[in-house]
Ligand binder design. Structure first.
Ligand SMILES: Cc1cc2nc3c(=O)[nH]c(=O)nc-3n(C[C@H](O)[C@H](O)[C@H](O)COP(=O)(O)O)c2cc1C
Length: 310
């Protein structure tokens, strides 16, 4: 998630769950190839298993970026065919590519042939008025010819004109039944459902029908929810770090990364959600804002810890 799941956030999430699969924010191939910004691909070794998400539709750029992503050590490369923003449409990538399945399949098969790590796609159910089941069924049947078999599906249509990316994440209705039907029609594919999934209980219900669940906002807003996934899904024992331990381990990391020139505010904002549901959640968030404003962490560490209940 852009502006959210950067390398620091992923480090924090990994302190809570050892096993959930994490993804980077979408990285545009243009900014890597023409902006020569390959350092955007850097990540902490602790983040594994981690996939990188690319946005693009130029076959040779996607191939070049895929090779670089493999060299950097990512565990998977995901192609974004779900982002409906105007900027992304102008660059001819994201959700508008759902109208060009043959091009997407060509991109994916070339990416697949260029690397040895899995390639996956993240898409919507359709775009604009292409909202019937036959549209996504046809899309999937063309894409699967590329040889990829992991499909992450945001269970909504994308509206390319007239809705902001934010509205596009809530206004088009969720149609989980379409995703379930895809799994029935393409049992050989790994179908991962996304959109509006809030907790482990929701997730377990979906897992009766599909192969996996992707959680976006709920995990960013309340990272500690990953602990439930660790214990109830992966059945890890309860020796998982407490919130206070997670905070201290993350602050150690922040101090180390500040010495490497990383921004304190960028790293601290990921902690906002850690106190979610706690008695002093609001005060905790205000304290983080103070730290960011003061650009100083040292004097506040103990206070911050005391504001967490557990
Ligand atoms: C701030 C923000 C940034 C996002 N950036 C991306 C992105 O870079 N790539 C992507 O595939 N989806 C992105 N999304 C969409 C989410 O991955 C997800 O598909 C969507 O929010 C629905 O799932 P959720 O209800 O679990 O959040 C973003 C969502 C938000 C809120």
């Amino acid at each position: 998630m852009m502006q959210c799941t950067d390398m620091h956030d992923r480090y924090l999430l990994r302190l809570i769950s050892k096993r959930v699969f994490l993804y980077t924010e979408m990285i545009a191939t243009g900014s890597l190839v023409y902006g020569k910004c390959f350092d955007q691909l850097e990540f902490n070794v602790e983040e594994h298993p981690v996939g990188v998400q690319l946005g693009g539709s130029n076959v040779s750029d996607l191939v070049e970026c895929s090779k670089r992503c493999e060299e950097y050590g990512y565990d998977e490369i995901n192609l974004n065919v779900g982002c409906p923003s105007d900027r992304v449409q102008k660059g001819k990538f994201g959700a508008c590519l759902m109208l060009e399945p043959n091009l997407v399949a060509e991109c994916l098969s070339n990416m697949k042939n260029a690397v040895n790590i899995p390639i996956s796609i993240k898409c919507r159910l359709g775009v604009d008025n292409h909202d019937d089941y036959e549209f996504i069924q046809n899309f999937v049947s063309i894409i699967k010819e590329s040889g990829i078999n992991v499909f992450v599906i945001h269970a909504r249509n994308g509206i390319l004109k007239g809705l902001s990316p934010r509205q596009n994440r809530s206004i088009p209705p969720l149609k989980y039944d379409y995703v379930y039907k895809l799994k029935q029609d393409f049992p050989e594919l790994e179908i991962i459902i996304n959109g509006g999934i809030k907790n482990i209980d929701d997730s377990l219900t979906h897992l009766d029908k599909v192969d996996g669940v992707m959680i976006g906002r709920a995990a960013y807003d309340n990272p500690f929810m990953l602990r439930d996934i660790e214990t109830k899904f992966y059945k890890t024992d309860s020796s998982i770090n407490s919130k206070k331990e997670i905070l201290n381990l993350y602050l150690e990391y922040v101090e180390k990364q500040m010495l490497n020139g990383h921004s304190l505010s960028r790293m601290m904002k990921h902690l906002f959600g850690l106190s979610r549901g706690d008695k002093y959640a609001k005060t905790f968030r205000i304290k983080i804002l103070e730290i960011i404003k003061d650009n100083n962490l040292k004097n506040y560490k103990k206070e911050l810890e005391e504001l967490l209940v557990y």
